[in-house]
Design a protein around this ligand. Structure first.
Ligand code: GMT
Length: 380
């Protein structure tokens, strides 16, 4: 198959999933064409069967905002025609679904049929998509997608509650590429961070408000007097400064390291004992799954799709959003006993194994075949 993948190329779960999926499809022999404004973060190096088409939007003094959606649709038209693509798969509805719909309509006039699948990732529905400034366009372009997938059952339910959809939504969960995410020995690094054998607590996110990173710091402040530990905060974003201020106010700075944006997350997860994800909303929680793949138990909120991956009392614990006392209690319980910690680590790994890309890729391939079969041919 020749597939065009459209995604956000920067740090963020939807771009990561799109890139990992594209690379896995390419390894299976499919030709995969990424269409986006920058080379996706995880697409480094050369990969057979993978192609990258950069969208550049002409700037003009008249524009207050560059019309990226038009440039993207135009690029899609060009790539579909020139590379003779069979299918477009767009990740994150805004503005990718409506751009794909526009490209499809243009190509139809030329007698070319290009079905497109929209994968919903979370905030494209729960936060941004339902806002009146985007809602009609999102609803319309979802109803005109040839297929819709959602990364969790919770997100599917939320979508059906908030939009009048005439299309079925297929739940295809996110996945892990175990050739990349596996526990490796990084003893020297662990020693540098925790010289006295302290436990290592970790959080990875884009530091947006919705991630509630301050709760990680508050929880850690309660954990520290009970369990000698270090906190590694990875990623960057608008809330980072507030978190740094909070660490100063609480007097925990010497135990907390802000590592900024990092590419090789798996090398950092290799030294973690506990992962914390207290998000206000989280349609899936890919960062938590990546931690589990590296045998790290998870303390999370019970928001969104998190209960679908973090199993209460087995792979970690879930608390109500903002309940940092409960999160700290659970963290102390897990970290306070070596045998118990090993058991949680083992269960976390087993749970991640269920979502091995080897199991999920064939589901996508089958879905592609299904969409290609049912999408209407063009009668000129
Ligand atoms: O919030 C993020 O981390 C970025 C966002 C995105 O779309 O890039 O992530 C969403 O998609 C991820 C991949 O499917 C999910 O794992 C995240 O749960 C989801 N974020 C939210 O729902 C807040």
């Amino acid at each position: 198959m020749k597939v065009g993948i459209v995604c956000y190329p920067t740090y963020g779960g939807s771009g990561v999933v799109a890139t990992e999926l594209g690379m896995a499809l390419a390894r299976q022999g499919h030709k995969v064409h990424f269409i986006t404004y920058r080379e996706p973060v995880r697409l480094e190096g050369f990969h057979e069967n993978v192609f990258y088409h950069e969208v550049s939007a002409l700037d003009y003094p008249l524009f207050q905002y560059q019309p990226y959606e038009s440039a993207l649709a135009s690029k899609m038209v060009d790539v579909v025609k020139f590379e003779r693509l069979d299918l477009l798969h767009v990740h994150y509805a805004i503005p990718h679904a409506s751009a794909a719909l526009m490209a499809k309509s243009i190509l139809r006039e030329e007698g070319i049929c290009i079905p497109f699948i929209t994968t919903l990732h979370g905030t494209d529905i729960t936060l941004v998509g339902r806002d009146p400034s985007y809602r009609p366009v999102v609803e319309y372009s979802l109803n005109h997608s040839d297929g819709i997938t959602s990364v969790s059952s919770h997100l599917k339910d939320e979508t059906l509650q908030n939009f009048r959809l005439r299309r079925e939504i297929e739940v295809i969960p996110n996945f892990i590429d175990f050739s990349r995410f596996k526990k490796t020995n990084k003893e020297h690094f662990k020693k540098a961070i925790a010289p006295n054998g302290e436990k290592i607590v970790m959080h990875v996110s884009n530091f947006r408000k919705v991630k509630r990173v301050e709760d990680v710091v508050l929880m850690f402040d309660k954990l520290l007097p009970k369990i000698p530990s270090k906190l590694l905060l990875i990623g960057d974003g608008p809330e980072r400064m507030n978190c740094e201020m909070m660490c100063r106010e609480l007097g925990v700075c010497e135990h907390v390291r802000f590592l900024g944006k990092q590419d090789a997350i798996e090398d950092l997860l290799a030294i973690a004992d506990l992962f914390v994800l207290p998000s206000e909303q989280e349609s899936f929680g890919l960062a938590a799954l990546e931690a589990m793949a590296c045998e790290v138990p998870v303390i999370s909120s019970n928001a969104g799709g998190l209960p679908e991956i973090n199993i209460q009392g087995e792979t970690g614990f879930l608390s109500n959003v903002g309940d940092v006392d409960d999160m700290a209690r659970n963290a102390i319980f897990i970290l306070g006993d070596e045998t118990r910690l090993s058991q949680f680590k083992k269960k976390a790994f087993e749970q991640a194994k269920r979502l091995d890309i080897v199991n999920i890729l064939p589901i996508y391939e089958e879905y592609y075949k299904h969409v290609l079969k049912v999408s209407e041919p063009i009668v000129m």
